[in-house]
Design a protein around this ligand. Structure first.
Ligand code: ADP
Ligand code: MG
Length: 265
């Protein structure tokens, strides 16, 4: 983790769809790593919403008010709005950090596409809905058959080709369902089947998802995450639901290869 000469591992959160949990998961990954003592940088390519940047500002403000030690990721602002500014900034972040998290907007901007090329690991959250799945591929109902990949899957395919041309390691792509409800078991099973059909066709690994929990929405203004619950001075009630949520996060981090970075979950 602290080998200064080793380039950062780059995780990109991406999906051509807003509101699926990209920024929330980006923040939780970054904080998990920072809390464990790793050097972590964040590049926020959602230049309109800037959710992760705002989230980190809130964290710094909470830390400045005192009371809790809250390690924070380093935010790398782009010096311009073009691809060159991104390339320059990403290269610097990759030199300086152990982990670089790149959050992207829910739309196919030029900057988002360019950001994907840096991904060693791509994480795509979906809502548990066939409408979200359709962004990855056309799927028929019962039996689930993949008709063809959709735009986003094609973007990932192009990214893979570009990496291969540059002689870089293959990209690892993980897809997870976010905001899972406890009630809709039938839809859940159907989604599972459809996702595994699509996974083979377009080349991603399905990983266990995160449940729908109000706590995720409450933490933003304080810049806190579920990984801060046990930090002295942090005032979040530890409920059964929060513990379950941390376990889901931990399972997610393990599945994408972040083993052992979350202290005492
Ligand atoms: N597992 C979850 N349970 C409940 N709310 C969630 C969960 N994940 C994300 N949210 C909420 O859903 C909204 C969209 O999440 P966000 O991370 O901003 O998505 P994106 O970056 O993909 O647009 C936010 O209000 C966020 O707090
Ligand atoms: Mg976002």
């Amino acid at each position: 983790m602290n080998d200064a000469s080793k380039p950062a591992h780059v995780v990109v959160l991406g999906n051509e769809k807003g509101g699926t949990g990209k920024s929330t998961i980006a923040m939780h990954m970054a904080v998990a790593f920072a809390n464990a003592g790793g050097r972590v940088g964040v590049i926020d390519l959602d230049v309109r919403q800037k959710s992760v940047s705002r989230y980190i500002e809130n964290r710094l403000a909470t830390a400045a008010r005192g009371g809790a030690a809250l390690p924070a990721p380093t935010v790398y602002d782009l010096p311009g709005d073009g691809i060159e500014a991104l390339a320059e900034t990403a290269a610097r972040a990759i030199r300086e950090q152990d982990l670089l998290i790149v959050d992207t907007p829910g739309a196919a901007t030029e900057l988002s596409r360019a950001g994907h090329v840096f991904a060693d690991t791509l994480v795509t959250p979906l809502n548990d809905s066939f409408i979200d799945l359709d962004v990855l591929g056309r799927v028929t109902a019962e039996p689930f058959q993949v008709v063809r990949p959709s735009h986003y899957a094609e973007l990932v395919w192009e990214t893979r080709k570009e990496r291969a041309r540059a002689g870089r390691q293959p990209l690892r792509w993980f897809v997870l369902r976010n905001r899972l409800s406890h009630v809709d078991a039938r839809n859940k099973r159907a989604m599972e089947e459809a996702i595994s059909a699509l996974a083979q066709r377009v080349g991603f690994v399905p990983v266990a998802g995160l449940g729908e929990r109000v706590i995720y929405r409450e933490l933003f203004l304080h810049g806190l995450t579920l990984l801060d619950i046990r930090t002295p001075g942090v005032e979040i009630d530890l409920s059964v639901s929060h513990i379950a949520a941390r376990q889901e996060l931990r399972a997610l981090f393990n599945a994408v290869g972040f083993t052992d970075i979350i202290p005492g979950a």
